[in-house]
Design a protein around this ligand. Structure first.
Ligand SMILES: Cc1ncc(COP(=O)(O)O)c(C=O)c1O
Length: 384
């Protein structure tokens, strides 16, 4: 049997909605995008939802909108994808890397508080909702708000995710979602910036499209002449096309169905892999319904039967897909050299990284596929 790491399900209204866009003769940002924005905003409880062509674009727009610029400092967890940190460099600011909680992969309020005390210049925190579990937003906002520190949430993994009864998307200053191909819902490439703050939304909307003071769509439909527009800033080309939004609308209709299926797979892994010697499973703080389970990882401790590399070879030989989330940013040449980062300053991320492997998890994963992965993982890691 061959089990991929992930498999995208576009078997519903995706084709129908894309055909509608093709038939309309207008392929870029227009009605489907606005509908997607409206529905996504409602789904996450945010007032303004702004569709963009990646989560990276959303994160960049977020930092620009909250006013982060050259010389500023921004807290970034070391255990994340490089996009979370690179956008800090896009605006000329510097990331200050912080360790994560071992077990959950999450940045915590106490670690943010410590970092703010040692770096009083920090103006914003990037909160990553690792693997689809929410960081403790009430506690994080309690630390950040009194100090005027902006909170930008990297929710690339976290739709639909809840925290203390409220959706991720309704907490920090700005929340950024990803619809990249392997995410919990996809548009191929795409993202969404969500905020309750009118002025941040206005700025992000303008900067999403070249700093033009009106959307292209408006240019061709509104009463103001289409040739007339102003440029108020050197903006970016980050808008989402209606073709992508059409796929997103169809995916959004099935978000909870997909989430339930992901949760069922994660639940099986949690029970079937419990107790393997030297194998740590993800720590779940939330109730199961609140976790989006973008991915499921195990961490092989030094006492495990195989080390990470040998285990990966075993998976490959058995044609089982896998991934590694993540090689921490303090190991990446650019960040390591520029900021003189040392592994010993990030003990939890080190412990995680040396042994982490993510297993196949996707909606529509069959019982046979799941049984096969569990059986093979158990046989690789059980004492002989
Ligand atoms: C934590 C995190 N942030 C940001 C991104 C970037 O998302 P996108 O590919 O939509 O730009 C990713 C993508 O995998 C991610 O995992």
């Amino acid at each position: 049997m061959k089990v991929p790491f992930c498999r995208v399900d576009c078997s519903s209204n995706e084709v129908k909605y894309v055909q509608e866009v093709l038939a309309s003769g207008w392929l870029t940002t227009a009605g489907k995008t606005f509908e997607f924005e409206k529905r996504f905003g409602t789904a996450v409880g945010g007032k303004h939802a702004i569709a963009v062509n990646s989560c990276t674009a959303a994160l960049h727009l977020a930092l620009e909108a909250v006013g982060i610029g050259p010389g500023d400092e921004v807290l970034v967890p070391t255990l994340t994808f490089t996009a979370t940190a690179e956008v800090v460099r896009y605006v000329g600011a510097d990331p200050i890397f912080v360790d994560m909680e071992y077990g959950s992969g999450l940045i915590t309020a106490p670690s943010i508080q410590d970092a703010l005390e040692s770096h009083p210049k920090v103006k914003a925190v990037m909160v990553v909702h690792f693997a689809g579990q929410a960081a403790n937003m009430p506690a994080i906002l309690d630390v950040c708000r009194p100090r005027g520190v902006r909170v930008v949430e990297d929710a690339a993994h976290a739709f639909p995710t809840r925290c203390a009864g409220r959706m991720i998307g309704s907490w920090g200053d700005i929340t950024c979602f990803s619809f990249y191909a392997n995410k919990t819902i996809t548009t191929g490439e795409g993202g969404m910036l969500v905020t309750d703050d009118e002025s941040l939304a206005k700025r992000a909307r303008v900067m999403r499209l070249h700093g033009i003071d009106r959307d292209i769509w408006n240019r061709f439909t509104a009463s103001r002449p289409s040739w007339e527009y102003d440029v108020v800033a050197p903006g970016f080309k980050y808008n989402l096309s209606d073709l992508a939004a059409a796929v997103g609308l169809a995916q959004l209709e099935r978000a909870y169905e997909f989430r339930d299926q992901r949760q069922a797979v994660a639940k099986r892994y949690l029970s079937a892999l419990a107790g393997l010697p030297g194998v740590d499973l993800p720590m779940v703080h939330s109730v199961p319904e609140d976790h989006a389970w973008h991915f499921f990882w195990i961490v092989l401790q030094p006492e495990a039967r195989l080390n990470r590399d040998a285990f990966i070879e075993g998976l490959m030989a058995r044609e089982i897909g896998f991934s590694v989330h993540y090689k921490p940013l303090h190991h990446m040449t650019y960040y390591k050299e520029r900021y003189h980062l040392r592994p010993e300053d990030f003990p939890n991320a080190e412990r995680h990284w040396r042994g982490c492997v993510s297993l196949p998890l996707y909606p529509g994963m069959t019982e046979a596929e799941l049984d096969y992965v569990i059986h093979e993982v158990r046989s690789l890691l059980s004492p002989s």
